[in-house]
Ligand binder design. Structure first.
Ligand SMILES: [Zn+2]
Length: 503
């Protein structure tokens, strides 16, 4: 008997048993309670049967400091199955929140995103990642009976690139009257430093993720992936998504990777490869800055266009890859610092890929944070280490108003506190978004496959959903999804570590 048939038989026996109990209980229970008993027995039987699946042998997860750590190991289909199974609860919680945001902002229904996933994205994904995505849908189904299929999962994976890159491109192409005002997002504050800039001369890399709080409070997964091919990966991430996607990760051959998005980026290549797939592939297979650049350029679709900040701990070299669609630039140094806060700087990228962006408007969030990064990094030249990086990610200085107080212009962003919002991203007054978590590492930590991470605002302040929604009824549509985003402690994670209870 195959494992599958054996599992099915076990489920059927349990279901039959539950049905008998249900019949026997007709006299004493009311029908609804008995039906609930039956449902929960079926759910238990399904989960119990799946938990003995041999694909789950090497995998485990635990929670610490507000993060969910998952260890995934094996061939692509197995890694996917483990991901879907272990994070089933988190995927089923995150999926409707992401879906609601995508549908609402674009005024396109979910069938549209499924079609884009199936027809445009799927055929350009390498078979190993197709298998992993399929595995996620299967693992999720095995755990909960979820009806989400692989195209739902691919559409979820594309949530940073399809709504705000492809859809505006499509609306323009189709000359859609009254199209929604869609803007590429402005995610994150980050830097990478090396040489005389850091305390020990080693590379220091740090990043805080800026998103809607609704998405960001779910961006709390630490993925430890030991793939059958390529390098081992330690990265933060989002439930159901194969790339880090915000992005912060290290691989076992010495690559240290993060990014900030390019504000007011415009453009899409329908024949290109999805960004989420290229980013994951690059983290898994790149052994150098050149490798990383080559993989990101191969089939560049313009989606989720970023300034990639890279480090190679083997050489001490760092780089900034400004990846436009029509143009790109790569800067690199063994003694310097690159910072990002959602602005492009290459003249060609500015002219061709971000025609609307004004690099001289110092009131805007990206430019104000650029000034603040320059101040902070220059003031601390030669002293930068991971603990200082953590403080920088929590910085509340507004460089434009020259005063301290969290808002949309501070490195640790709190856009919900300001009437100004961030117009270049189409975030209105009091938009519930900003810095939602932070991560940092240095070369020594990367060598040991370690990183530190904090959930919630990197400054440690809590966001509370109830009073916010009461004060801002214009965001009532988020009520089913928006919840408290409490800051956790800075917490260290390491590849291969076991849950504390089983040590
Ligand atoms: Zn803050």
């Amino acid at each position: 008997m195959s494992d599958g048939i054996r599992r099915l038989a076990a489920v059927l026996i349990l279901v039959a048993g539950a049905a008998l109990l249900w019949l026997a209980g007709q006299h004493s229970h009311d029908a609804e309670a008995a039906k609930n008993d039956l449902d929960s027995t079926v759910a238990y039987a399904r989960e119990h049967a799946a938990s003995s699946d041999p694909r789950l042998k090497a995998t485990y997860s635990f929670e610490r400091g507000g993060w969910v750590y998952v260890h995934l190991e094996g061939d692509p289909a197995t890694v996917g199955f483990q991901h879907g199974y272990l994070l089933a609860k988190e995927i089923e919680d995150a999926f409707p929140a992401v879906q609601a945001g995508m549908v609402r902002s674009t005024r396109r229904d979910w069938a549209f995103f499924r079609q884009v996933a199936r027809e445009m994205l799927w055929p350009k994904i390498d078979p190993e990642y197709q298998q992993e995505l399929q595995g996620i849908a299967e693992g999720l189904n095995a755990r909960t009976g979820s009806q989400l299929d692989v195209y739902d999962i691919v559409a979820l994976n594309s949530f940073e690139e399809v709504p705000d890159y492809y859809v505006p491109w499509l609306n323009k192409k189709e000359k859609l009257a009254g199209a929604p005002n869609l803007k590429s997002p402005g995610n994150c504050s980050a830097f990478v430093a090396t040489g005389s800039w850091t305390k020990n001369g080693q590379i220091v890399i740090a990043h805080n993720n800026w998103t809607s709080y609704m998405n960001g409070e779910r961006w709390r997964i630490i993925f430890d992936i030991q793939p059958a091919h390529g390098y081992r990966i330690l990265m933060d991430g989002f439930p159901g998504v194969i790339a880090s996607d915000d992005d912060f990760g290290i691989n076992s051959d010495g690559l240290m990777v993060t990014e900030t998005t390019i504000t007011q980026f415009e453009g899409w290549d329908p024949n290109g490869k999805p960004e989420f797939f290229r980013a994951r592939k690059a983290l898994q297979y790149a052994s150098s800055i050149d490798d990383y650049t080559r993989i990101m350029l191969d089939g560049n679709n313009g989606g989720y266009a970023n300034d990639w900040l890279l480090g190679d701990r083997k050489t001490g070299e760092i780089a900034q890859l400004e990846l436009g669609l029509k143009a790109y630039e790569l800067w690199r140094t063994k003694d310097g610092v690159f910072a990002g806060s959602n602005w492009a700087r290459d003249p060609k990228v500015l002219k061709e890929d971000t025609p609307e962006f004004d690099p001289n408007d110092m009131t805007s969030s990206p430019n104000a944070r650029r000034v603040r990064w320059e101040q902070l990094l220059n003031e601390n030249k030669g002293k930068i280490d991971v603990s200082l990086a953590q403080q920088m990610l929590a910085d509340h200085v507004d460089s434009f108003e020259k005063k301290t107080g969290a808002n949309e212009r501070t490195l640790c962003g709190h856009v919900d506190t300001t009437t100004r919002g961030v117009s270049v991203w189409n975030w209105g007054a009091f938009y519930p978004g900003g810095a939602v978590q932070g991560k940092a590492a240095d070369s020594t930590m990367a060598k040991d496959m370690r990183l530190v991470a904090r959930t919630g605002h990197p400054c440690g302040e809590d966001f509370l959903a109830k009073p916010f929604l009461a004060a801002h009824p214009e965001f009532a549509w988020q009520e089913p999804y928006l919840r408290d985003m409490k800051a956790g402690p800075w917490t260290e994670f390491r590849s291969g570590e076991m849950p504390a209870a089983s040590k």
